[in-house]
Design a protein around this ligand. Structure first.
Ligand code: TRP
Length: 333
């Protein structure tokens, strides 16, 4: 009996110890996850459209690849200005005041807003076409200040040969873009030079806001055989309007991004928006790890692939040659 009592006491004591040990390790674990301070960063997206949404998705994945994940050690303070310049300013200021360690601007106007709000915090440009022309950095290789990032330099001159191949009869190209976006200016100039060199007449149609798009496309399609649109946020965010007006005259629209080919354009030479985002996120992680933005060269993407929309071509009565189909990295049916 005494023996049994001793045994019982031992078992009880052991059980208490095991439970206590389990409890302590659990507590330690929960302590460690609450006590690690999360890194706080701010992201400002200029407007909603598929390409910028895709870039933001890539940014989160790039950050994760670089060791920063929202399920673990990262807090993202995300804002979208929905193309409103006063919101760009207000939100930029808020993102600085909120105690973020680093800021990411998706698209030129967002990066410019952040740049106006701080010269101290590191700013990463998410897909800014012309960082120098937009006054964001002095030099792409040697940014110098608090800003670096990723530049999407779509080879717009390549679109000229695409137009020639798909619509050989076209003589006049209407270029549709926003007069307020620094990213579009350089692309329009580059495209225009290449198109004129190839013998085209180029007509420029600049809009001050998306409200003017319908009326402008109406005029453009009455004068031009085909439309071309650069990587432009205003046009991208209201692209369905462009498509519905251009469809009335069956005018083909050559775009500069895949999402706009999916949305009713006929073809484009395009960069992967997701890859731009991943590179942006990875660069942000590098800066968070201690790299200096001023010494970090801007990463340039300038090699495009061809995307065509077979369905749109059929609707417009255009047959796409086998050569084009074979060359395309993606054919939308
Ligand atoms: N490059 C654009 C800028 O500098 C932003 C952008 C990236 C974009 N991808 C796009 C705009 C696709 C329109 C469509 O502002």
């Amino acid at each position: 009996m005494l023996k049994n009592k001793n045994l019982l006491a031992t078992i009880v004591a052991l059980t208490v110890m095991v439970v206590a040990a389990l409890f302590m390790t659990q507590k330690e674990q929960s302590n460690s996850s609450t006590s690690t301070e999360k890194v706080k960063i701010g992201v400002l997206q200029f407007v909603t459209h598929d390409s910028l949404d895709e870039i933001y998705k890539g940014i989160k994945d790039g950050l994760k690849e670089g060791g920063y994940s929202t399920t673990d050690n990262l807090d993202i303070d995300f804002m979208n200005a929905e193309a409103d310049q006063s919101q760009v300013q207000t939100m930029s200021k808020k993102l600085v005041d909120n105690g973020n360690e680093l800021l990411i601007g998706i698209a030129t106007p967002a990066a410019q807003g952040l740049a106006n709000a701080t010269t101290e915090l590191p700013i990463i440009m998410g897909a800014v076409t012309d960082p120098v022309g937009a006054n964001l950095v002095k030099d792409l290789k040697n940014p110098g200040g608090n800003i670096t990032g990723v530049s999407d330099q779509t080879p717009v001159a390549d679109a000229v040969s695409l137009i020639k191949e798909i619509t050989p009869e076209a003589k006049t190209i209407g270029v549709l873009y926003s007069s307020n976006e620094d990213n579009s200016k350089i692309q329009v100039a580059e495209f225009k030079a290449a198109a004129e060199e190839a013998g085209y007449t180029v007509l420029e149609y600049a809009v001050a806001s998306s409200n003017e798009l319908a009326a402008t496309v109406e005029v453009a399609t009455s004068k031009a055989d085909v439309l071309f649109t650069p990587v432009d946020n205003t046009v991208a965010s209201a692209f369905s309007t462009v498509v519905s007006v251009a469809n009335k005259t069956k005018t083909p629209i050559f775009t500069s991004v895949e999402d706009m080919v999916e949305g009713g354009g006929i073809a484009s030479v395009t960069l992967s928006q997701y890859d731009l985002g991943v590179a942006t996120g990875k660069m942000a992680a590098k800066i968070l790890d201690g790299a200096n933005p001023g010494d970090t060269p801007v990463q340039i993407f300038n090699e495009g692939t061809v995307v065509v929309n077979q369905k749109v071509a059929k609707e417009l009565g255009i047959s796409l040659s086998e050569e084009i189909i074979n060359k395309a990295s993606k054919v939308i049916e």
